[in-house]
Ligand binder design. Structure first.
Ligand SMILES: C[S@@+](CC[C@H](N)C(=O)[O-])C[C@H]1O[C@@H](n2cnc3c(N)ncnc32)[C@H](O)[C@@H]1O
Ligand SMILES: [Zn+2]
Length: 296
């Protein structure tokens, strides 16, 4: 049976009254998050909890077809070097006991899974929280990370975590709320942000009409974080891809372009291409430490 997530090392806060939320096991085997003031949130059948209060930021949710494409593509291991790089950036900052991480915009939970496996391989047990505004994504995240607490939340609302409660925040191609990340990170913790670099999947973008990646991302990201964090290290992760047409279609469809691309038309465009379809993934991984320090 899947392990129940634990909140022992993860001080969750009630989104209504900010009291501590505890995970209570129910007779049904499904958990319930509850605070002492009587606010309570039942687990969805798939194991995640919906903590959204009010409407949340208007956003265009990834469709279930986009989530499926992301899950299929990542499940094939194409971005494993990136997952390894994220784990390598985070694990050194985890204490031997009582470690906690937040994966913000966790999506299908793929990168959090690798991180937890890498930590376990080094003998570290980590309490994990996956946040996302998409229920479709969290259904999968809850399945592949059953030991994590997976919460439907809006990153632009106060995060349901106590101050100084996690050792690492990972944000992989997802929105960033610097003030809230700084509040929930321990002073010794790190924020790890992954973004695409200029030229990411350019050859595929040319064929499919995917969005291009603008320049100067690194400078803009450091500036956006600068009120709360200072950039510590930046590494580039380049992954050469050799894909089937179907995999290329998943890749195009799983990103923001999936919101405005017609999948059938996309497959028709890719139909003419010989396999393997070559593309270059270009990512930037930045590690930030909390506080404003002299650049280093
Ligand atoms: C491109 S996906 C990346 C998912 C995952 N980190 C990965 O790399 O596979 C961006 C994620 O951010 C989530 N997201 C977008 N706006 C959000 C918000 N306001 N609050 C929380 N999550 C949000 C989306 O639902 C989506 O799962
Ligand atoms: Zn409450």
């Amino acid at each position: 049976m899947d392990p129940m997530p634990s909140t022992t090392n993860l001080p969750l806060q009630c989104p209504v009254c900010s009291n501590r939320l505890d995970l209570l096991a129910a007779d049904t085997g499904q958990g319930r998050l509850a605070c002492p003031s009587g606010h309570s949130f039942d687990a969805a059948r798939q194991g995640y909890y919906n903590l959204l209060v009010g409407k949340g930021t208007a956003f265009e949710a990834d469709s279930s077809a986009m989530v499926q494409a992301r899950s299929d593509f990542l499940g094939n291991g194409h971005y494993a070097p990136l997952a390894d790089a994220v784990a390598a950036a985070v694990v050194p900052f985890l204490p031997e006991a009582g470690a906690a991480v937040l994966d913000s915009g966790t999506g299908t939970g793929h990168y959090l899974r690798s991180l937890l496996d890498a930590a376990a391989a080094q003998g570290r047990t980590v309490a994990a929280l996956g946040l996302d505004i998409s229920k479709f994504a969290l259904r999968r995240a809850a399945r592949i990370n059953p030991e994590a607490v997976n919460l439907v939340c809006d990153i632009w609302q106060p995060l349901p975590l106590a101050d100084s409660s996690v050792d690492a925040v990972t944000v992989i191609f997802a929105p960033r709320n610097a003030a809230e990340f700084a509040r929930v990170l321990r002073p010794s913790g790190r924020l790890v942000v992954v973004t695409p670099r200029k030229g990411h999947l350019a050859s595929l973008a040319a064929v499919t009409g995917m969005l291009g990646i603008g320049e100067d991302k690194e400078a803009r990201l450091a500036e956006a974080m600068s009120g709360h964090f200072s950039a510590e290290t930046t590494i580039d992760v380049d992954i050469p891809l050799a894909l089937t047409r179907r995999e290329a279609a998943d890749l195009a469809f799983m990103g923001p372009a999936g919101h405005h691309l017609d999948r059938d038309a996309l497959l028709v465009r890719l139909d003419g291409l010989p396999e393997p379809v070559a593309a270059g993934a270009k990512f930037q991984l930045m590690v930030f430490r909390p506080g404003k320090h002299a650049a280093g």
